[in-house]
Design a binder for this molecule. Structure first.
Ligand code: IMP
Ligand code: MG
Length: 174
């Protein structure tokens, strides 16, 4: 456990950005209900904070897919570990993710969810690492673009640690 964590985005910066995204979503979905689909486990902290900032009616559901083990490299394999409880048909769905990295997880997931015939389907991610993209993914709501560094906090883990940090930090493995 030699790694150290240094702050990349402070708690204040992250909270302010989530507030902004919440306001934007509230405007865009005025008169509608949004159905937030949280991608576990990383998306959970972001979704809870974001949902509190949305002023239109909100429903939530959770799914879990795996593309990473406890290592910091993508396996390229996407597997549904836990599916949604409720159907998406006719709903205005926003998928909530912690980070888009290679894009493999999200491109697969968005295609799969589209087949369930939601009224609309958008993607909201707290972080985006564009330098690492392998598969193109359309992001509708974005918190921050970040450099190609391994980050933790606000739901993101390193070997299941650090998810509870209230800020985004860069892991220093030296
Ligand atoms: P992708 O399929 O390569 O876009 O990977 C997306 C998933 O990998 C995210 O939902 C995270 O769970 C994980 N991931 C990617 N980059 C990081 C990182 O810097 N820190 C922690 N987890 C990451
Ligand atoms: Mg994730």
């Amino acid at each position: 456990m030699a790694e150290k964590v240094k702050v990349l985005l402070s708690e204040e910066e992250v909270d302010a950005k989530i507030r902004e995204i919440g306001e934007q979503i509230s405007r865009d979905y005025e008169g509608k209900q949004v159905h937030l689909v949280c991608v576990l486990r990383g998306g959970s902290f972001f979704m809870c904070e974001l949902a509190k900032r949305i002023t239109v009616p909100v429903s939530i559901d959770f799914m879990s897919v795996s593309s990473y083990g406890s290592e910091t490299k993508s396996s390229g394999v996407v597997k549904i570990v836990k599916d949604l409880d409720d159907p998406l048909i006719g709903k205005d769905v926003i998928v909530i993710e912690d980070i888009v990295d290679s894009g493999r997880t999200l491109s697969y997931l968005m295609e799969m969810l589209k087949e369930r015939k939601p009224a609309s389907l958008r993607l909201c991610t707290l972080l985006d690492k564009p330098d690492r993209r392998v598969i193109d993914v359309n992001i509708d709501y974005l918190g921050f673009q970040i450099p190609d560094e391994f980050v933790v906090g606000y739901g993101l883990d390193y070997a299941q640690k650090y998810r509870n940090l209230p800020y985004i930090g860069i892991v220093d493995f030296d």
